[in-house]
Design a protein around this ligand. Structure first.
Ligand code: PMP
Length: 442
């Protein structure tokens, strides 16, 4: 399958040769790498994308989950073109800014908002706000979770699980080089779906005079397949963080606007003190946001925290976000996602049963995946014990060779858009079925 794919990517290979001259690895971001060379894209339309070799794919990767409105959506196009004609950047507020904040407030139940340009900026600013609000330095995160590429969160993301330490004392491990040694211990990881371990660690940190400012977490993990919260877990986390004077941040960069109209916050019914967003918010343009309670966001309003950025609230991005929220991500869009996701999950589950394949389907709204594990994954340890990266890779190759573009590796596999249809989902299921058939009948 690997050779078959490479043979279709001739022009991409040529481009890679040129691109490498002045662009590190020939790509704009390390997450765009692929062995032996990257796939260069020509264009997208609706649910489909075409590479520079003219290969056509249904796009389930969808720009790492940003493209829920589909490629080249005319509604977004109109909003952006209108805005372009009036000027694209002033670094001054406009009407779209507060209309979008009002809409987000309604959806997430948090009254105060600010904008950024990416998910990383959102989590970076949210953590600073939490630190300022609590007057504390250490922060907590879930072991294995990704929250962007700044120092405070490039900690304890992916490690051999024999290095991670025991459940009650998971270790702070830098993810890649260049993270100052002095900042590493300020980020303390805890296991997902384990409220007892969380409280145990908080009490210990308090005893050492290091009470944590916040817990930043995805309410439903999205980067080790999809791991939902066990019943009662989020409620317990809410209670514990409140009792210990910590800010609870739900990182909704992936979940917000995809798994439901009000993200994980509304879907699971637990209100955090802050949410961070990006990806699907900007209608395909780079835009992030932070929402919070009056109390927590008071440190921004008082001027204690500088929440700033030249391009924050860039008019093109906010105009796209407004059109996206008002005209694209309507209640009908979420019904559409639910219908398609059910089709995908039912189809994949049937394949899993038919071939006795080690895995199960899980999904919400526009997001889903087949988790390649014989047992249920509830946290990083069960993920590492169960995950089959060989199957992930094989599944990706089968899909790519059958015109289905999906996220490689251990990320969640599919993000739907409003332009996806039953035919796209059936192509996905058929590619998966072929792989399961070939693998399980050998
Ligand atoms: N938080 C989460 C949950 C994410 O999944 C990501 C990106 N995958 C980020 C933050 C960082 O977002 P960005 O890549 O836009 O900086």
């Amino acid at each position: 399958e690997s050779d078959r794919l490479d043979a279709k990517l001739v022009r991409s290979r040529e481009m890679y040769g040129k691109a490498r001259e002045h662009l590190c690895n020939g790509v704009a971001s390390s997450y765009q790498l692929r062995d032996p060379w990257p796939i260069y894209v020509d264009h997208g339309e609706g649910s489909r994308v075409w590479d520079v070799d003219g290969n056509e794919y249904y796009d389930f990767h969808n720009g790492f989950g940003a493209m829920v409105q589909g490629h080249a959506n005319p509604v977004i196009g109109e909003a952006v073109n209108k805005r372009f004609a009036k000027g694209t950047h002033f670094a001054l507020p406009d009407e779209d800014d507060f209309v979008v904040a009002g809409e987000l407030s309604e959806r997430f139940g948090l009254p105060k908002w600010r904008y950024t340009n990416s998910g990383s900026e959102s989590t970076m600013d949210a953590i600073r706000i939490a630190r300022a609000y609590t007057h504390r330095d250490p922060i907590m995160k879930i072991f294995g979770s990704y929250h962007g590429h700044h120092d405070a969160v490039m900690i304890s993301i992916a490690e051999d699980y024999d290095k991670i330490g025991d459940r009650l004392h998971l270790r702070s491990l830098p993810y890649g080089a260049g993270i100052p040694a002095a900042t590493i211990p300020l980020t303390v990881p805890v296991p997902f779906n384990d409220a007892e371990a969380l409280e145990h660690r908080i009490v210990e940190m308090e005893g050492e005079g290091n009470a944590p400012a916040c817990l930043i977490m995805e309410a439903c993990l999205m980067n080790m397949s999809i791991v939902p919260p066990e019943p009662g877990y989020l409620e317990a986390v809410r209670d514990i963080t409140t009792r210990h004077g910590m800010v609870l941040i739900f990182d909704e960069v992936k979940t917000g606007l995809t798994i439901g109209p009000g993200g994980a916050t509304k879907l699971f019914g637990v209100r955090p003190d802050m949410v961070t967003m990006a990806k699907a918010l900007g209608g395909g343009l780079p835009m992030g946001a932070i929402g919070g309670t009056e109390e927590v966001m008071s440190v921004v309003e008082s001027g204690e925290v500088y929440q700033v950025g030249t391009y924050s609230g860039n008019p093109l991005c906010v105009a796209a976000a407004r059109a996206n929220l008002e005209k694209v991500l309507t209640p009908d869009a979420y019904d559409h996602f639910d219908h398609l996701n059910k089709r995908l999950m039912d189809g994949c589950t049937e394949v899993v049963h038919r071939y006795g394949f080690p895995g199960y389907a899980v999904g919400f709204g526009a997001k889903g995946c087949v988790t390649f594990s014989p047992h249920k994954i509830v946290d990083y340890v069960t993920f590492r014990q169960g995950q089959r990266s060989d199957l992930n890779q094989l599944c990706w190759l089968y899909a790519m060779n059958r015109g289905v573009f999906m996220t490689p590796g251990r990320e969640e596999e599919w993000t739907l858009s409003v332009a996806h249809d039953d035919k796209a989902c059936d192509a996905y299921i058929n590619a998966f079925a072929e792989m399961a058939h070939d693998l399980m009948s050998d």
